[in-house]
Write a protein that binds this ligand. Structure first.
Ligand code: NZQ
Ligand code: ZN
Length: 389
């Protein structure tokens, strides 16, 4: 096992009715920016619950944070915080609102052009340089409620860029599984597939000595396979909803990444597809993931075989046989979760042009050696994108 530090200061407040705890979690006298998305919180009653819980606090509202949050929109909130001396932000929403709030938090006191945070992928570590924030999660998927990363899109240049740092953990996250009752089926499908792929990015590498990490990762995958299709159909079933929410957090709160190699190339390529075609984040992963496993088969086959055996109960005579079946089973699961796994089902753009564009961008950014063995070269990226059509 490789050396690691496990630091996660987020107070994770889980369960039914927990929104009422907001006044215990935000100090009296704080002036709060209440940040939200396109308005789902007004329809499902979450806004009312939050406002009732925060009676007596001074609140300024900032709505309109888009799915795949935009730098241009977030900078408006940065100005409001500066103008009105706001000292706490409450994100009420899914990954986009929470990520957006992480950027706002980092940008307010940033000396210089805040775009640099994204372009230079700066690590934000100094707690005195950020605006503290908490979250009320409304969509289990990204793990953003308990991690310190964020992904922001710059409209002007059509770039989707990630950043983060230890100062950007939420102070608290209220995670009430009943919020999923109002989610469209498509968003629940997205959430399951995003969480599933987060585990695969940190697990589907090569055999190593971190036995417990493997077992935790496999148990999250098994749970998602077990509950995924039913939670889409029965979002008001609390047993299903609560397991879904906890799995999504556990998939990307840092725990399973400790002491092990990780990949993340599926996400890096997927983000380009969202930036280019506005395909939902999880749906880009369903397109790229299986093809990445095919192109990187030699590197990943041992772990693919282990995954197949332990998660799907696959048997076979050789490692290769089991590994191939594991990829097939993954695609089956993705289809069951309502995913399309071909890029051509989402865009009619010419595939060599898309691949050229992505490869050129990666080269310009110096991303020439991705993956757990740094052997996902630009040529491999090209092959993965082309195979995804
Ligand atoms: O904007 P509103 O009106 O709230 O509607 C949202 C949005 O349209 C809706 N929604 C959320 N909760 C709802 C609801 N509708 C009804 N009932 C509810 N309870 O769902 C739509 C999608 O929301 P969004 O926040 O965009 O989805 P998600 O949570 O999947 O977040 C996706 C974003 O997170 C980034 C992605 O790249 C993408 O930008 N990621 C962040 C990560 C991180 N911070 O660690 C890791 C991930 O890999 C991912 O890249
Ligand atoms: Zn993701």
């Amino acid at each position: 096992m490789t050396n690691f530090e496990l630091y996660n200061p987020t107070n994770y407040v889980f369960g039914k009715g927990q929104i009422t705890k907001l006044p215990d979690l935000i100090a009296k006298g704080k002036k709060i920016l209440l940040a939200y998305g396109g308005g789902s919180i007004f329809k499902n009653g979450i806004y009312d619950q939050v406002k009732t819980a925060l009676t007596g606090y001074e609140i300024v509202e900032f709505g309109g944070i888009e799915p795949n949050p935009r730098y241009e929109t977030l900078m408006k909130a940065v100005q409001i915080i500066k103008d009105q001396n706001i000292d706490f932000i409450l994100a009420v929403g899914g990954g986009s609102v929470i990520d957006g709030v992480k950027f706002i938090s980092a940008a307010v006191k940033f000396e210089g052009e805040p775009k640099e945070i994204l372009h230079k992928r700066l690590l934000i570590k100094d707690l005195s340089q950020v605006i503290p924030f908490g979250t009320v999660l409304t969509l289990p998927a990204t793990g953003s409620e308990m991690n310190s990363g964020a992904v922001i899109t710059i409209n002007e240049s059509q770039e989707k860029l990630s950043f983060g740092g230890s100062a950007l953990f939420p102070q608290f996250s209220i995670c009430d599984p009943t919020v999923i009752e109002s989610l469209p089926k498509k968003q629940i499908q997205n959430g399951i597939v995003d969480a599933y792929t987060h585990v695969l990015e940190q697990y589907l590498t090569y055999p190593h000595d971190a036995l417990l990490q493997d077992r935790i990762a496999e148990s999250i995958l098994q749970t998602l396979v077990e509950i995924g299709p039913s939670v889409v159909e029965n979002p008001s079933d609390y047993k299903l909803a609560s397991n879904y929410m906890w799995c999504a957090t556990m998939a990307l709160n840092g725990l399973i990444q400790k002491g092990v190699p990780s990949d993340w190339a599926t996400h890096m390529i997927g983000h380009e597809l969202t930036a280019l075609y506005e395909i939902d984040h999880a749906r880009t992963l369903a397109i790229i993931g299986p093809n990445l496993y095919r192109v990187m088969f030699e590197t990943k086959k041992d772990k693919l075989a282990q995954y197949g055996e332990r998660v799907f109960g696959i048997t076979g005579n050789t490692i290769e046989d089991k590994a191939e079946k594991a990829i097939e089973k993954t695609v089956e699961f993705l289809h069951e979760m309502g995913m399309q796994t071909k890029l051509s089902e989402n865009t009619s753009d010419n595939y060599t042009e898309t691949a050229d564009f992505i490869v050129k961008r990666f080269e310009e950014r110096g991303w020439k050696a991705l993956g757990e063995k740094q052997n996902i070269t630009p040529e491999k990226v090209r092959a993965i994108v082309e195979m995804s059509y």
